[in-house]
Design a protein around this ligand. Sequence first.
Ligand SMILES: C[S@@+](CC[C@H](N)C(=O)[O-])C[C@H]1O[C@@H](n2cnc3c(N)ncnc32)[C@H](O)[C@@H]1O
Length: 470
Amino acid sequence: MIGRRAAPRHGSGRAGSRGPRPTRPAPRRDADPARRVAYDLLRAVEERDAYANLTLPGLLRERGLTGRDAALATELGYGTLRVTGTLDLILARCADRPLHTLDPEVRAALRLGAYQLLRTRVPPHAAVSATVDLVPRRATGFVNAVLRRVDRQDWDHWVDTVAPPDALGRLAVRYPHPRWIAAAFRNALGGDLARTEAALAADNARPETHLVARPGRIDRDQLAAEAGGVPGPWSPYAVRLPEGGDPGALAAIRDGRAGVQDEGSQLCALALARAPLDGPDRAWLDVCAGPGGKAALLGGLGADRDARVLAVEVAAHRARLVAATTRGLPVAVVRADGTRPPVRPGTLDRVLLDAPCTGLGALRRRPEARWRRRETDVPALAELQRALLRAAIGAARPGGVVAYVVCSPHPAETGEVVADVLADGTADPIDARSALPGVPDLGAGPAVQLWPHRHGTDAMFCALLRRRAR
Ligand SMILES: C[S@@+](CC[C@H](N)C(=O)[O-])C[C@H]1O[C@@H](n2cnc3c(N)ncnc32)[C@H](O)[C@@H]1O
C-alpha cells in the first residue's frame, strides 16, 4: 500500500473496532522520510502561509525523495490538506481540549495521523506510531490517545457523527469543502444536489496535468508523443498527461515550445479568438495577463492572422513572467492597471479579461486553498471584476469582442458580474457555445461554465460580449 495511491476506506465496517496498535506511546525514533515531508508541508502551510504546490517540490528535492516515497509524501500531504476541515471536526470530538489551543506541531501531526487512519489503507498501528514519532516527547501520550479515539470509527461513520443534519451540510463534510463553497457550487448547478455532489467529489480527485502545444512551435501530436500523453478532446493544442507525469522534465516545456495550461483555460482563449468579427482583426488586448498562459496562446494564434497582443499586468513580477512566456511572439507587455488600460478607448478588436478571482474553479490543484479563501473575499473581487469588465468593454471598438473569463463557478463572480455590466447598455452577449464546437454539457448559454466533473478541466467561466456601436 505504501507508496501507491491510497484508496479511501469507505464502508470498511471498522466502526467500533480498534485494530492492533501500541498500548502505550511508541518509543522515539526518527519518523520515516515521506511522513516527515508531509508533516513539514502541513506545518509550512499553517505556520508560514505557504502554498503547498510551490513548497512540496522543494521539500522532496531537499530530502532526496523520489518514486514511491515522493508519491506517498504527496498523497499524505495533499490529501490531509484537502480534507482538513472535516478532520478538524472529527479531532475536536476526540481531543479533550479545543484544537486551536494546541501547538501547531501537534495539530499538524493529529491531522496527518487522522488522515492515514480514515482515508488510507495504512494499517492503524503504523499510522499511529509513525505519527507519534513526529511530535515532541511531551506530546506523544496525547497524540496517541487522540488517534486511538479517531480509530474507533471509519470515515463514513465519522461523517455521520459530525455532519450537520441538512443535505448540503452533509455533502460539505463528506467531500470536505467549506459550506459557503458547497453552496456556491450548488447555486451554480441550478440547485441540483446530485450534481453538487459530483462537483465536490471531483475537487478531491488528483487532477491531470494538461499541456498546451504553442501554435507554430510544436505540433500537438508530436507533443503528445514526446510527453507520453494523449491529445485533449477539444482544444487542438491540448495534451493530457497520465498521472505522475513530470512536465518540467520535458524538453518542449523547457525550451518554450509548450507550456503547462489547463485545457479549459485554452478553450477560453480560443473562444475569444474564434468569435465572429466583422472588420479589422489586428489589435488584441489581454487586460490581466500574468503569468501569461493565455497571452502566449493568443500571441501564437495572432501571429497567424497578423494580429498583435498588448498584454497588461499590474504586478511587476507577473509582468516579467508574461514577458518571459511570450518571448518571440507578437506580444507587447505593459505594467499597468487594467481598470485604466494604456490604450485609446474604443480601438481594440478583441479583448480578453481573465479577471482576478477566488480561484474556486481550481481547488483540485491547490489542496489548501478552499480552507484559506473566505466568503468575505467575494464582494471586493466582484467589484474589481465589474470595474475591469467595464474597462475592457471601453477598450473594445464598436463591434469588437470581449471575453470575460474567471476560474470560478461562483455566481457572484460569473453571471452576476456580466448581468450587472450588460445593464449599462454598452455591450451585448454572444453565444459562447458556438465558439466551442464539440464541447458537451455547456448549459443553456450564452455564457459557458466548464467543470472538473464534466470536462476534466478547471471550472472556467467564459462570457463573450460584443461592444455596441455608439
Ligand atoms: C487570473 S490571473 C490571469 C491569468 C492569465 N490570463 C494567464 O492565463 O496566465 C489574473 C491576473 O490579474 C492581475 N491583476 C489583478 N488586478 C489587476 C488590475 N487591476 N490590472 C491588471 N491586472 C490585474 C493579477 O496580478 C493576475 O496576474
